[in-house]
Design a binder for this molecule. Structure first.
Ligand SMILES: NC(=O)c1ccc[n+]([C@@H]2O[C@H](COP(=O)([O-])OP(=O)(O)OC[C@H]3O[C@@H](n4cnc5c(N)ncnc54)[C@H](O)[C@@H]3O)[C@@H](O)[C@H]2O)c1
Length: 424
């Protein structure tokens, strides 16, 4: 179930169908293509992840979504222009069958958008109840056993955690009073968690990153993960920065700029939505480089991130990075990265993996009561953690954490990479 049936959501849906029909490969999906090494390097045991843990099969996935526009998944995918028309035409009846439900939406939270396919209600509580009714309706009609919700809606304006988010009781009072600090995405998250359904947040909005949601998640055994899909420039950042730190290379500055022309880019032109995104993108380097531990290398590095809406590019973003590093005796060097990427192509496999892993977490007695699924940080720009714990941003540590979680679930030995035993 996907609130927001735009570029990412439809690329995900169309991609799953194309893979099911054998007309494309699920490139970029760890659950579909990845392996996990078990035991010693000499044992040669590396099953596919999907054969190692009981993940749902792609053929059993059924989709629904919500949007403020009435376009079905076919029309929306054509509008997004990510996938080739030829591919979309091959799966047209499937995509046409996914029609968005009316959204819970308020222009105040996404200033660049306005739509008519929107629910009306007495108050936010009423809107939450309408979403819960949608969820039950989909559950009944689709005849699926289990559900997962993943936010692929637009980035909302920057909001801070406040008193209304402190507990379920405060949040429910806030829903009745139409509290301004309750954004639409939070109403979806609340509805899902009340129904005991796992929720992932692909945008940088607060949404589930709140005490109320953690409380509900634990109480109703509905795992949560967020926030902000790690694609494009931030993905590259979390690949390069751990390398600099590993080799004790210093950083003077990192200037990142993007041009993109999709609807996401248009929404991010609004300063409120951009601030939400900026916060998410900026925190990455601080956490990876740990200036407090390495002041000679990383104290006071300059970090700037810019996003520019440039319509001709559509979804095919261009991300430039200028990186000023320094080496032995402080001698400066520069690295330039020009990544001609496709945002939704990078995001779609993340959506799939998050859905399958959250569904696994829901079925795991060990994971389902934990609330935040930190082992899924691998997929996210601003990984959620329990209060007081700093997030792990290094992609390779995140991958190790994910795979070790899977090994742990199946009672396999964790891999530490110590390796002394080979030399006994
Ligand atoms: N593509 C990426 O690489 C990437 C990476 C990280 C995060 N994200 C985030 O994922 C989200 C989706 O990206 P996209 O490129 O598909 O954007 P998009 O603009 O194509 O799609 C978002 C859709 O959400 C809908 N929407 C907005 N508010 C809604 C609401 N309250 N209820 C239901 N629908 C609503 C919009 O009408 C739109 O169709 C954005 O928030 C984006 O910032 C994308």
């Amino acid at each position: 179930m996907v609130p927001g049936m735009g570029a990412v959501a439809t690329t995900f849906m169309a991609g799953v169908e194309a893979v099911r029909r054998g007309i494309a490969e699920p490139i970029g999906s760890l659950t579909q293509m990845g392996t996990v090494r078990l035991g010693k390097r000499t044992e040669g045991r590396s099953p596919k992840i999907k054969d190692f843990v009981p993940l749902a099969n792609l053929k059993d996935i059924v989709f629904t979504g919500w949007d403020i526009f009435e376009d079905d998944a076919y029309e929306s995918a054509m509008h997004a222009g990510v996938l080739e028309k030829d591919l979309l035409k091959k799966i047209k009846p499937f995509l046409k069958s996914i029609k968005p439900r009316k959204a819970v939406f308020d222009h105040e939270y996404v200033k660049k958008l306005d739509g008519t396919h929107v629910k009306k209600g007495k108050n936010k509580r009423d809107l939450a109840e309408q979403l819960r009714a949608d969820i039950r309706d989909f559950h009944k009609k689709s005849k699926v056993d289990r559900l997962v919700m993943i936010w692929c809606g637009s980035t909302e304006i920057f909001l801070k955690q406040g008193a209304v988010h402190e507990s379920v009781a405060a949040f429910e009072r806030g829903l009745l009073k139409n509290d301004d600090n309750i954004a639409p995405s939070m109403i979806y998250a609340y509805a899902a968690l009340m129904e005991g359904i796992p929720f992932a947040n692909g945008a940088p909005n607060l949404t589930v990153d709140l005490p109320v949601m953690l409380e509900l998640s634990k109480k109703n055994y509905a795992p949560i993960a967020g926030k902000d899909f790690k694609t494009g420039q931030t993905l590259i950042k979390t690949i390069l920065a751990p390398g600099f730190k590993a080799r004790m290379l210093g950083l003077n500055g990192w200037f990142s700029t993007n041009i993109l022309g999709n609807r996401d880019g248009e929404v991010l032109e609004d300063p409120g939505s951009f601030k939400t995104k900026e916060e998410s993108k900026l925190s990455v380097l601080e956490h990876i480089l740990q200036p407090e531990l390495y002041p000679q290398l990383y104290k006071d590095f300059y970090h700037k991130v810019r996003i520019n809406y440039y319509p001709p590019r559509g979804d095919n973003k261009e991300g430039w990075d200028n990186i000023d590093i320094f080496g032995w005796l402080g001698y400066p060097m520069q690295i330039k990265v020009d990544f001609l990427c496709r945002d939704s192509i990078l995001a779609a496999p993340i959506v799939l993996d998050l859905v399958l892993f959250l569904d696994l977490a829901k079925r795991s007695t060990e994971l389902r009561g934990l609330g935040i699924q930190e082992w899924l940080s691998f997929y996210l720009k601003s990984p959620m953690t329990v209060p007081g714990l700093y997030p792990e941003h290094d992609l390779f540590i995140q991958l190790m954490k994910l795979k070790n979680t899977l090994r742990h679930l199946r009672g396999e030995e964790l891999i530490t990479h110590l390796g002394l035993e080979y030399y006994d």
